[in-house]
Every structure is written in C-alpha cells, then in structure tokens.
Design a protein around this ligand. Structure first.
Ligand code: SAM
Length: 297
C-alpha cells in the first residue's frame, strides 16, 4: 500500500459488492441492508446521480470482474456473509465489543451499530484509508455514537491497545478481513499476541488468510496475470499465507484455538442458495474463527 494514499484494494472490494448487488441471480443471497448501504456508499463516492453514470460504473465493474479472477466479487460476498454471521453470533453470546482491523469501506459496523446500541464498534485502519473513509461515512451520516474510527498501523498494534481508545476489559470479537495477506507472519503473530497481552476477557478472532499453494506463493489459485500485475502496481502484493492444515498449530502456538475454518466450498455451501452454488468463486482465501480462552478454560 502506498503510504499516504487510501487503500485501492479496499475500494476494489466495495466496487465488487456494488457489482454483486446488481446481479439479478444474487438478489436472494444478499441481505437488504447490505444492498442499501453498499449502493449508498459507491454512489456517493463516485457522485453517481443518473442512470447513465450508474450504468457506466457497473460497466467498469463488469470489465474488472472479466479480467480478474472468476468469481472474485462473489467471493467477497460469501466471505462477508460468513464473517457477519460469526460477529452476530458473538454479540448474541454476550461479546460487548467488535473491533474491525483494516476495515476499509466495509459496512458491517455501520449496519450493526444501530441494532446493538450497547455494543462498542471500532473500525481501525491505516491512517491514509481511515481519513478518507471517515470523511465519506460522515457525509453518509453513518457515524453513530457507539462507533469509533481509529487510525493506526497494524504493524504497531500496541499503540492502539495502549491508547485507551479501545476498552480492553470487554469480551471482544476481532475481525481482520482481506488484510493479513499484506503483512509478514511475524506481524500477524504480534497482533494475535498483543490481543492476548492487553485484553482481559475472552476474545474471538475472525480473519481471512491466503492458502500457501507453493513455497512463498499466496495468490488466489485462479488469479489471472492481470490481478498479479494490479496488486504489484498498487504496491499491495501478498506477503503471507499458510497451508490450511497448518493453521490450527499456528494458532495454538500463539495461544489461540481454531473453532472453524471455511474454504471456498464451505463458504459456497453455507452462504449461497442452492441455485447459486454452481457459480464460480475465487479460490484460496479461507475464513477462520478462533478463540483465545483468556481465563484458562
Ligand atoms: C483489501 S482491503 C480490505 C478492506 C475490508 N477489510 C474489506 O474486506 O472490505 C485491505 C485493508 O487493510 C488495510 N491495511 C493494510 N495494511 C494495513 C496496516 N499495516 N495497518 C492498517 N491497515 C492496513 C488497508 O488500508 C485496507 O483498508
């Protein structure tokens, strides 16, 4: 990521969701609030006011989908639905805080904050993206009293946890979606360990990770040369991943325990209607749900 520029891939994901919400066959698979918030976000960001400009934006999205990974945008939908389910279940189980690391333009906190006024929602992002996002969300009037937007570098997560901006006494569910692939393994470990060090109650961690298909290769398995070039040009290359069979051990070595893991097949099975399960999706990014059992259970 370029230091002073908002993340291009974060807006790419939001565009992907905009494409999804306009696909006729996906209507039954997308919750109404997701459709509403994502349309508002993209249309405000690009100043889309006419049918023509909307058609143009969808045309661009179509072209990008065509030249990138088959089912790339559908992958965003099912990974987001999976993460949302984990977060909602955690809130129902009494977790009082949701912290989204590298939140980008995700709409989850904005949508849930009103329904759960007693839960703290925190979106943390790299300063360049956070500043851009906060201005946008302010325009959209999505800022709620129980949402905080924090600007920190995940490579120095201690600063965020020491800052008093996050309540480290609450049972907290962390989300890190589409982010760990931009870090080094040591940096991922530091984040997992910092949660254990600073948070006094049980925490959950819902994150995505890339499968390592060959030594040092963390790319989507069905990625085209175009995607690889795009990530290189945007200076957002993938730097970390792991073989799925090693993730449990990796978590345990950092005092976290694997609760569930979703590969592309399980994501499709659980988060798409039967009629849509034949559709192609990007392969190689899995969702993990882990718990740290802080109190020695
Ligand atoms: C691919 S986007 C994903 C955005 C969002 N999580 C989603 O899935 O819609 C990656 C996000 O991670 C953030 N990010 C990457 N490296 C970061 C770092 N070192 N510190 C904080 N945020 C970072 C970027 O700013 C961006 O918002």
């Amino acid at each position: 990521m370029k230091k002073n520029k908002p993340s291009a891939t974060a807006m790419f994901v939001a565009n992907g969701m905009y494409y999804n919400i306009h696909q006729e066959m996906l209507q039954q698979d997308i919750p109404e609030d997701v459709k509403k918030y994502n349309a508002q976000l993209i249309e405000h960001f690009y100043g889309i006011k006419s049918k023509g400009s909307k058609r143009w934006r969808l045309f661009i999205c179509n072209i990008v989908q065509l030249f990138s990974i088959r089912g790339f945008f559908l992958h965003f939908l099912i990974r987001k639905k999976c993460i949302e389910k984990q977060v909602k279940e955690s809130i129902a189980q009494g977790y009082g805080q949701v912290v989204i690391l590298g939140a980008g333009y995700d709409t989850l906190c904005s949508r849930l904050a009103e329904q759960h006024p007693n839960v703290n929602f925190i979106e943390l992002d790299h300063p360049a993206t956070a500043a851009n996002k906060v201005a946008l969300f302010k325009d959209l009037e999505w800022q709620k009293s129980n949402i905080k937007y924090l600007a920190h570098d995940l490579k120095n997560i201690d600063a965020a946890f020491k800052s008093n901006e996050i309540n480290t006494s609450l049972k907290t569910v962390f989300v890190c979606e589409g982010v760990f692939m931009y870090l080094q393994q040591e940096e991922v470990k530091q984040i997992l360990n910092a949660v254990n060090q600073y948070f006094k109650s049980d925490c959950k961690f819902v994150f995505t990770f890339m499968e390592e298909s060959a030594s040092g290769n963390y790319m989507f398995k069905n990625a085209t040369a175009f995607v690889k070039l795009l990530l290189k040009l945007k200076n957002e290359p993938f730097t970390w991943g792991m073989k799925p069979e090693n993730i449990g051990k990796f978590l345990e070595s950092n005092s976290w325990y694997l609760m569930d893991i979703f590969d592309h097949q399980k994501l499709k099975r659980d988060f798409l209607s039967k009629e849509n399960q034949h559709l192609p999706v990007a392969i190689g990014e899995n969702v993990v749900c882990a718990i740290n059992h802080k109190n020695g259970k």
